[in-house]
Each structure stands twice: as structure tokens, then as C-alpha cells.
Design a protein around this ligand. Structure first.
Ligand SMILES: CC(=O)CCCOc1nc(Oc2ccc3c(c2)CO[B-]3(O)O)c(Cl)cc1C#N
Ligand SMILES: [Mg+2]
Ligand SMILES: [Zn+2]
Length: 325
């Protein structure tokens, strides 16, 4: 591995906003395998669960190979969500809160959360009567597919990273991964905000509680892990501007390709998907003001003070976007 790649991968330990496009370029387009192996080793997860490095390498390589070369929903995005989730698990408010198994499940979920994404939305799959929509009865179609494919990949030769877990651990791990990946469905977005508001409210009232999260409350912890990965999934506008703009170009191209498909099928073109008629700055301002900021505002209240530098980036990016309208 060349020294530049090694330094970039090392920086994923504790840096917000690592240039994963650079990691992709330097790693022969295998950023997920490089970063996941590094972070799982750095967190000592492989040792704790006696997972052979070769088994983890085979599994994560098989997962990375199943990410499609979409403009946005590709292996770089999976790496981005994994690394952001890793970063936020280190927030001081979460110190001594999560078990190793919960951390393993959350990072595993982040790495696989969009695997084999076809580059179109759930609504498009439903509108076109796709096999996936039929298979999953129009309910969280993509998210069901991502998590099913992830667990199917475990039974590929030499890829079973869960073989050393006992029955109880395996059952708990599977429950957590399923719920975290299914919670990345945007239809659950409002529920995240509701749960986080309740948690913050309880902390405010019970001012005695030093740490906000009761490590004994498995349900609360699972909800926090769901919101942590969902926030990571929606963290592009909180990254350094040059990275945010690249992600914006990519998602818009992916949406426009869906719009092209819809036009060719004489379907109504979905919102944001018409390349002939879109204002990228206006749609990003709307996405920040009505989707990203409401979520991150409550998330940052729960995770104060570590989220403040990240919220500052969102604020400056919002100002820049507004200046381009
Ligand atoms: C530059 C950005 O900030 C792009 C973030 C994605 O841009 C959007 N995403 C939206 O919804 C999803 C958010 C997460 C995911 C998916 C859809 C499917 O897979 B995924 O888990 O990555 C909606 Cl509703 C609007 C935009 C806009 N603009
Ligand atoms: Mg998704
Ligand atoms: Zn995603």
C-alpha cells in the first residue's frame, strides 16, 4: 500500500471529512474493504469476537463487489456512512454506553446498508411493479433487499464473519442489524426526530442523570444506533464543502437518470429527477432546511458538545449554497 493511502486510511480513525474519493482513487476502487478492515481492527472487533482477518476480508470484499457503480449509491457512499458512524460512536456522550456487540452491529449495518442499490428510489420500484417491490410488498423495498443480501453473503465460501458468535449473540446481532438498516428508509425519518426529541426532553427533565443514555436500556440504545447511522446516511451537507458538492453532483446525476427512465416509460417524473428543469441549489437548500437540519439539530442536542464543529460546517455550507441561488 502506498504511503498516501496509508496516511488517509489512518486519518479515518479520528477525522471528520476524510476525502474518500481520494481513498477510492488510491485503493484501486476498494475504499470499503480498506477502511472497514482498518476500522474493525482499530476497534479490536476482530480480536474480541475471534474473527479471522481473512474471513472478514473475504466478506467485506464480497459486499463491496455487490455495490453497483451508481453515481451516488456506490461503495464510496457505504464507506462514507461507515466512517461517519465510527466517528460519532466516539462521541463522549456514548462513552461506556454500547457493548462491543452493539458497536460491531452498528458498523456492520453501516457498511452493508445500501448494498446492491439499483440507483432508483423505492417509489420508482413500486411504480414499475419491480420484482423487488413484489417480493417486499412495497414496504421498505430497498432496505429489505440490502439487509437480506448482506446476510446471504455470509453463506458465501469463507465469508461467515458471525461463525464465532454464540446463539444468543448471533440472535441479538441479527436483530440490531436488521433494525438499523431498515431504519435508513426515509419513510422512518420523522420517527427518528420524534424519538430523539423524547430522549433529549427526558434528559432535560431528569437533570440529575449525568449521562443521557441508560446503558441498561437496550431499546433506547438500539434507537440511538438507528439514528446514528441514519444521521451518517444524511451527513453529506455537514462535510467540507468540496466533498459535499461532489456528493450533490452525484445524487443529482443519479436522480436525473431515474427521471430519464421515467420519461422513457411515460411515467410522471419524480421530484428532483428532471434534468431539464431543476434548480440544484434550491433543492439542496430545501433538503437541508426541511430534512437534514431538523434531524441534525436534535441529534446535536443529544450529543453535545462533540457535534458542534460538524453543525458549524452545515451552517457555513448552507450560507454558501444560499449565495449561489
Ligand atoms: C448531497 C446529499 O445530501 C445527498 C443525500 C441524498 O439525497 C437525498 N436523499 C433522499 O433520501 C434518501 C436518503 C438516504 C438514502 C436514500 C434516500 C437511499 O439510500 B440511502 O440510504 O443512501 C432524499 Cl428524500 C432527498 C435527497 C436529496 N437531495
Ligand atoms: Mg438506503
Ligand atoms: Zn445510504
Amino acid at each position: 500500500m502506498n504511503i498516501f493511502l496509508a496516511q488517509l486510511i489512518e486519518s479515518t480513525n479520528d477525522t471528520w471529512g476524510v476525502d474518500l474519493f481520494e481513498v477510492d482513487a488510491l485503493s484501486n476502487h476498494r475504499p470499503l474493504t480498506h477502511v472497514a478492515l482498518h476500522l474493525f481492527k482499530q476497534r479490536n472487533i476482530l480480536k474480541q469476537f475471534q474473527i479471522r482477518e481473512l474471513t472478514f476480508f473475504k466478506f467485506i470484499s464480497a459486499i463491496e463487489a455487490k455495490y453497483r457503480n451508481n453515481p451516488y449509491h456506490n461503495n464510496i457512499h457505504a464507506t462514507d456512512v461507515l466512517q461517519a458512524s465510527h466517528h460519532m460512536l466516539n462521541f463522549s456522550v456514548f462513552k461506556n454506553v454500547f457493548t462491543e456487540l452493539e458497536v460491531f452491529a452498528a458498523l456492520f449495518a453501516a457498511a452493508v446498508h445500501d448494498v446492491d442499490h439499483p440507483g432508483v428510489t423505492n417509489q420508482y420500484l413500486i411504480n414499475t411493479n419491480s420484482d423487488l417491490a413484489i417480493l417486499y410488498n412495497d414496504e421498505s423495498v430497498l432496505e429489505n433487499h440490502h439487509v437480506t443480501l448482506a446476510f446471504q453473503t455470509l453463506s458465501t465460501e469463507g465469508c461467515d464473519v458471525l461463525s464465532t458468535l454464540n446463539r444468543k449473540q448471533h440472535q441479538m446481532f441479527r436483530k440490531m442489524v436488521i433494525s438499523v438498516v431498515l431504519a435508513t428508509d426515509m419513510s422512518k425519518h420523522i420517527q427518528h426526530i420524534g424519538h430523539l426529541k423524547t430522549m433529549v426532553e427526558i434528559r432535560r427533565l431528569s437533570s440529575s442523570a449525568s449521562s443521557i443514555i441508560d446503558p441498561e436500556n437496550a431499546e433506547d440504545k438500539l434507537q440511538i444506533l438507528q439514528s446514528l447511522v441514519h444521521c451518517s446516511d444524511l451527513s453529506n451537507p455537514l462535510k467540507p464543502l468540496n466533498l459535499y458538492l461532489q456528493w450533490t453532483d452525484r445524487i443529482m446525476e443519479e436522480f436525473f437518470r431515474q427521471g430519464d427512465l421515467e420519461k422513457s416509460l411515460n411515467l410522471e417524473v419524480s421530484p428532483l429527477c428532471d434534468r431539464e428543469n431543476s434548480n440544484i441549489c434550491k433543492s439542496q437548500m430545501g433538503f437541508i432546511d426541511y430534512v437534514v437540519h431538523p434531524l441534525w439539530e436534535i441529534w446535536s442536542r443529544l450529543t453535545q458538545p462533540d457535534c458542534q464543529p460538524i453543525m458549524d460546517i452545515l451552517e457555513s455550507n448552507r450560507v454558501w449554497i444560499a449565495s449561489q441561488v
